[in-house]
Design a protein around this ligand. Structure first.
Ligand code: UD1
Length: 419
């Protein structure tokens, strides 16, 4: 299994191009099930999770092909020949459950493995299922699978989400696009990836208002057609490299990054002593002086993202003073803490909060993590640490960070992959 070796202590300097957002690409690929015509997605990152979603779509009969310059585009098309999403694929990637709404809406049946828990929490899909039931779907849970069917078209419904779930909003939005009549999703998630999905669906002929706000109105249509859509830049990758610049005391230009999508992070980082400014082509991140501890709490967008919590904690571990980091979205998302502590951080967890007492320097160590963002937080810590850090279980990084070692090395980091 690959590992990543980092010799820390180099302030990053240079430019990194931000890739298309993984969390936008996955639902957009599922949207390929909504039409028999060709859907072309541009700016699709080269990531293991994209490969997993392509494998799942192939299983349903949809051919997925890389095309265009640097093979950055994905072309999807084909007839749905099979409506089962098997356990073997779903267990690798929870976002597989996003095929449920499109399959049901398009062909009236789906059999999707229940995703089950993951390293960061139990993560049920009850909100997806309740919303689809409100739209007329019959749902049974049996043998670890969701068995869903609809007699004829799904019907538009008024759905009030008790929690602004990203995945539930996406599944229901895609289902409603092909349902009969009007749907309203209230307390919808407002993440930029949802607005991006809605923009693509609109290009495919869907009638949607309010995506990106907490109330989305959808007027269902009988058919969607092919389209071409470019995926938004990855705001979590952006935030991660901002933290990389900050933790090393460097300065990095992030080409393609959008300040509007990292507003909460930018405000917190400004308090901590990190400068983020817009440029003609992206964002510049710079740490001029010392870092200060700042408290933060994760929240649904536009709040501080849970997907940036681990990276921010790595940053706070070398700040002056203390920071309290509170996780409100997932119940078990502090697995990076013991590993950061092995590198010399001083972090204590009390329930949903972690107290981070800044130290002068971290020291390199062999480490590993059990999820994507936790893994990258260890990379950040390694960039700042004295000595050598080896990050194990790199496959987590490969799920969500395109060419992470090349991007960092281009800014001077001493980082390499050990095969
Ligand atoms: C998406 C992101 C993930 C991010 C998360 C929160 C993708 C592919 N993944 O995941 O990177 O960390 O948003 O920003 O976009 N919940 C329920 N019942 C449900 C659905 C969710 O209780 O039916 C709970 C979950 O257990 C969790 C919380 O709601 O505690 C947030 O989950 P959700 O917003 O649905 O996240 P995902 O879409 O799974």
């Amino acid at each position: 299994m690959d590992r990543i070796l980092i010799r820390g202590g180099v302030p990053l300097a240079g430019e990194i191009t931000i890739s298309g957002a993984k969390n936008a690409a996955l639902p957009l690929m599922a949207a390929g099930l909504l039409t028999e015509e060709r859907l072309v997605l541009e700016n699709v990152p080269h990531l293991a999770d994209i490969g997993t979603m392509a494998e799942l779509l192939a299983q349903h009969g949809i051919a997925v092909e890389r095309t265009g310059p640097e093979r950055r585009a994905l072309s999807l098309g084909g007839r749905i020949t099979n409506t089962e999403a098997p356990y073997d694929i779903v267990r690798k990637m929870r976002a597989s459950v996003l095929v449920l709404g499109p399959l049901l809406a398009r062909v009236g049946e789906a059999r999707v493995s229940l995703p089950g828990g993951c390293a960061i929490g139990t993560r049920p899909v009850d909100l997806h299922l309740k919303g689809l039931e409100q739209m007329g779907a019959r749902i049974r849970l049996e043998g670890g699978y969701i068995d869903a069917s609809a007699a004829g078209r799904l019907r538009g419904a008024n759905i009030v989400l008790p929690f602004a779930s990203v995945g539930a909003t996406e599944n229901l939005l895609m289902a409603a696009a092909l349902a009969e009549g009007e749907s309203v999703i209230a307390n919808a998630a407002r993440e930029p990836e949802i607005a991006d999905l809605a923009a693509c669906l609109a290009a495919m002929g869907a009638r949607i208002e309010g995506a990106g706000s907490d109330r989305i109105r959808i007027e269902g249509v009988a058919r969607l057609h092919g389209a071409r859509h470019a995926i938004v830049p990855d705001r979590i990758e952006t935030g991660t490299y901002v933290c990389a610049a900050a933790i090393t005391g460097g300065e990095v230009h992030l080409r393609g990054a959008r300040l509007a999508h990292v507003g909460a992070l930018a405000r917190i980082l400004a308090e901590a002593g990190v400068d983020l400014s817009e440029t003609a082509e992206g964002l510049r991140a710079r740490r001029a002086n010392g870092l200060h501890g700042v408290d933060v709490m994760t929240e649904p967008y536009p709040g501080f993202p849970t997907d940036m919590q681990a990276q921010f904690m790595a940053l706070m571990s070398v700040a002056e003073g203390a920071a309290m980091v509170t996780e409100t979205i997932f119940e078990n998302r502090f697995m990076h803490v013991p590993e950061l502590n092995r590198m010399g951080a001083r972090i204590n967890v009390h329930g949903a909060s972690a107290i981070v007492r800044g130290v002068k320097h971290l020291s390199g160590a062999p480490v590993m993590a059990t999820d994507l963002r936790a893994s990258v937080s260890l990379v950040l810590a390694g960039l700042a640490a004295r000595g050598e850090t080896v990050v194990n279980r790199v496959y987590h990084l490969d799920r969500g960070y395109e060419a992470v070692e090349q991007k960092l090395a281009a800014c001077g980091a001493r980082i390499e992959r050990l095969r």
